[in-house]
Design a protein around this ligand. Structure first.
Ligand SMILES: [Zn+2]
Ligand SMILES: [Zn+2]
Length: 312
């Protein structure tokens, strides 16, 4: 992750030094295990003490904000440049995306663009479809695409895959201060929980529900798009890879699980392109903001372009 603060490496991929690799792997383990423990603690709290309005509100609001940061910000805005928006909204999306604890924007964008370049082929950093046939291999592929790929020593070169976004001072700022932003990620729900209840216990449960447990859910929702949404679901558009539209996940992923539509038209701001009932909350927010002039140049495929890729 450290090397994602600069953009001067040669080549398409690189491997960090053994020391950096070890440090990064330790960070990944903590970034995965702490939210997991937080989710267990939240279940224990709910079972023994119930779930209060403040904790539920913190969980829900911060879940929606950090998911928007990933799907609308890291993904559609920074990775695909699917729309344009103001500096304030760009900053907020970068901040909310950092709160999902999936790495700095430069890291996320480099991996994601390489994923599109080599989707489900050799070179894809997190395909679930390259581990062979048979239930065991298929399962191993799903686990690798979900969380195993973090630990793989090969990284896409940010100088090759994310050079353009290094020109954005918001990207530089949030990448440089990524770890500092994690403090706000936990301190904010703790502060609100503490103030609302007037107790340290309220601060702790606010941090567990609005912080750790919420991070756990938003992390695995995104990772499910890499794993589940390249295996299970519908394929309404003809594409060269195995991406699917998974309708079970479209609400909690804010439209991100309409992944077949996204792979078919990667640079568009709208994923709900196949059926009228498809839920794409990220697109709902983009089109809502565009009515007030806060978003512009949102790309959406025309009807003939859509028709040209329909599977049936
Ligand atoms: Zn994909
Ligand atoms: Zn994408």
């Amino acid at each position: 992750m450290q090397s994602y603060g600069q953009a001067s490496l040669p080549g398409d991929v690189y491997s960090p030094s053994p020391q950096v690799l070890m440090r990064e792997r330790i960070i990944y383990v903590f970034a995965l295990i702490l939210p997991f423990l937080g989710a267990i603690a939240a279940c224990w709290l709910a079972w023994n003490c119930g779930l209060g309005v403040v904790d539920a509100g913190l969980f829900l609001i911060l879940y929606v904000l950090s998911s928007l940061g990933i799907e609308m910000g890291y993904h559609r805005l920074f990775s695909h440049r699917a729309f344009k928006t103001t500096s304030v909204i760009r900053f907020l999306l970068a901040l909310f995306g950092a709160w999902a604890v999936q790495g700095p924007i430069t890291y996320w964008v480099a991996f994601h663009r390489r994923h599109h370049q080599f989707s489900d082929m050799e070179g894809d950093p997190h395909s679930p479809n390259l581990s062979g046939s048979g239930i065991r291999n298929r399962l191993a592929g799903l686990v690798f695409a979900h969380i195993g790929w973090f630990f793989y020593p090969e990284r896409p070169n940010p100088a090759r895959y994310a050079k353009d976004i290094y020109e954005d001072p918001i990207v530089i700022f949030t990448t440089k201060h990524y770890f500092l932003l994690q403090l706000s990620n936990l301190a904010l729900p703790a502060l609100i929980g503490g103030l609302a209840s007037g107790s340290l216990w309220g601060a702790l449960s606010g941090m567990i529900w609005g912080g750790l447990a919420r991070i756990f859910l938003v992390q695995h929702m995104t990772y499910a798009i890499n794993s589940i949404c390249h295996v299970f679901g519908a394929r309404p558009f003809r594409i060269d890879d195995k991406a699917t539209n998974n309708y079970w996940l479209m609400l909690p992923s804010l439209g991100g699980s309409l992944h077949n539509s996204h792979h078919a038209f990667a640079s568009t701001a709208k994923n709900s392109l196949s059926h009228w009932w498809e839920l794409d909350i990220a697109w709902g927010v983009i089109s809502f903001l565009s009515k007030f002039g806060l978003v512009w140049d949102a790309k959406v495929p025309s009807k003939p372009v859509l028709a040209s890729k329909r599977a049936v």
